[in-house]
Design a binder for this molecule. Sequence first.
Ligand code: PLP
Length: 399
Amino acid sequence: MAFKPANNIQDLQYFGEFGGVNPSISDSSTYTFLSAKTMFDTFEGNAEGCYLYSRHSSPSNLYLGEALAAMEGTETATVTASGMGAITPVLLQLCDAGDHIVSSRTIYGGTYAFLKNFAPRLGINTTFVNITKLDVIEAAITPKTKVLYCETVSNPLLEVADIKGLAQLAKKHQLKLVVDNTFSPLSISPFNLGADVVIHSLTKFINGSSDTVGGVVCGSQELIDDLRNVNCGAAMLLGSTMDSLRSASILKNLRTLHIRMMQHSQNAMYLAEKFESDGLKTVYPGLASHPSHDLFKAMMNKKYGFGGMLTIDVGTLDKANALMELMQEQNLGYLAVSLGFYKTLFSAPGSSTSSEIPEDEQEAMGLSNGLIRFSIGLDADIERTYNMMKICMKKLSIL
Ligand code: PLP
């Protein structure tokens, strides 16, 4: 049977302790034991169903983790306090001093900064590559390489990674393929395509209400156990723990993700087609002009579409800033970083979310100053939105 990520979430059944239709929220940082022996066993990870301390695990966090593992098709998952709080422990768990990572060069600025500036302090070095070129990636692999790292759809350039091709490379060279799927939840299921680890910033589409940060690592039981190990687990020891109240609210939002993704994708597709036919330089994986349109199509779970992210290039940063300010004034969205909100969010990545990337490297990867990244909202009437955006663009002589 075909993999059905939204059904996998829907089919889970959790009850609260009084028969509530939502699981009870665990409001405790620590847990009592009737016997000291069980406490010891729990500490050693040998007492199934018992909880010790909420940095280690809590019922609310386990519920959310299970739902996200079901969505991605992995054995299990662990939730974290932020997307970065998921990415950094995974890389530190998989790599020792002296190891090497091959990473896409077009990734979220924070991840880039971690790999470029922080990980080398711990003796972990990274080669950044064009993720759409499998031969270039293979050439960058050395005997010390442990991890291949990419985003399924990259932030902010919307390059698409060939997950199957990368998984074959990873297998051949005995590497772990770690994929950040933040931009394409439900649309693409990287684990199903061969990835070893799937990470999300829950802050974005999955939570969808821009009221919290959060993250998740979806993977094998072995990896998640390693991350949580009290002696040497990076998640456990670095302490990026999600709060139970937050995981309970993210779980509730997760249940409507499939409906929201369909609407985000439908609206983004509409605007991308219009912008492109107006002559704007538009990048959206759903457009036939996108260099990886066919690849995305071959990988996608069709009904969720090509996602809610698109970019246009209006030439200069001044024009980009003027357009974003005007669109905000017209209540067409917010000039804000992040993504996956009900309102459209727009920002100029070169001077915001990717500003960690030096200017010459931005230029080399095609990240121009006039680029505006849109996270398209859930607008009920996208035609009206488009018409109003067009008026803004005309006013600024962009169209
Ligand atoms: N991954 C991607 C693709 C992102 O866009 C972001 C944040 O913008 C992150 C990871 C980091 O997530 P968080 O801000 O939740 O730490």
